[in-house]
Design a binder for this molecule. Sequence first.
Ligand code: NAI
Length: 342
Amino acid sequence: MVKVTVCGAAGGIGQPLSLMLKMNPYINELSLFDVVNVPGVGTDLSHIDTDTKVTYHLKSDDNNTGLSQALKDSNFVIIPAGVPRKPGMTRDDLFKINAGICSELATGIAETCPDAAVLVISNPVNSTVPVFAEVFKKKGIFNPRKLFGVTTLDSVRANTFISEVATNEADKAPSAFNIRVVGGHSGETIVPLFSVCAPHVYALEDEKKIDALVHRVQYGGDEVVQAKNGAGSATLSMAYAGYKFLHAVLAASTGDTTIIESSYVYLDDSIPGAKETKEIIKGLYGGESLDYFAMPVVLSKEGIKEIKSDILSRVNNKEKELLKICCKTLAGNIAKGASFSQ
Ligand code: NAI
């Protein structure tokens, strides 16, 4: 039996994400949780004739026991709960509100389904993932192999945007690309590694084109925020990206296959590749090593099986510079998240 809980299921991301999850053959029960509007979303989805059973829970249900009812026996919890960005707001502006929500949800998970894999979408991911980790550490249930910051939208955008500038006909399909994006999930902390991408795009020998592409991936979210003109941030592309990542984690959890996807993770020394990643970051950055970084990770039955540190030793000089800038900002973002719970 596989049970997935979506926290923030009635929101802009939560609704399309829940729709896609209702169609996923691995999931037996889809549990929807929110502070408002979730009975409507749940009832609507429950009429769809796929086999996944839908349950829904408001926080205020049965004397505020809605969260524990939603989370009971969950194997996977995906979290698009919180406030989205408005024009002029950075992801860090969201921190104060969303960190409180994340802390509350982390406490519920630790007390109700401590073995679940937890996928964090709520921004700023650079800081909200440390909030989850610190709550889990305090509760004595932290498993770094099962805590994921969802950064898939960065690779999704990189694949799309590079295909738009490719001149070679064969490379014009976004699906031809699998660009790895490392670092963090906000502005300059997002580092797309185009130099190690396959297929190689010759148009990108032009440095200005690469700079423009890197900038577009780093600030792609702003395009959506501006286009929505005050009505929120990326929801449909994010729901797709969240679904893509959760599907990979689910598929790998069956044990039939291993899958490599990028995610913002805690670099715990017990995970193969974590120490190497920290050493490379330290060498590039020159400062303290970082405890969290988005990296390609090998997913398996136990969650993260390995961190693919080797990709960092293949980057070009330009990407090394981007990584240095990333690390400086990321160090502050991590400290902010970690100190929130302490
Ligand atoms: P939204 O406002 O449409 O939906 C958020 C939902 O969370 C609402 O239904 C709200 O009622 C619910 N919520 C608020 N407090 C809650 C609590 N304590 N427990 C459970 N649910 C709660 O926002 P949207 O657009 O769906 O974005 C959600 C989050 O995802 C934001 O933090 C946004 O910045 C982030 N995001 C992350 C991306 C990523 O790549 N990781 C990309 C785009 C957005």
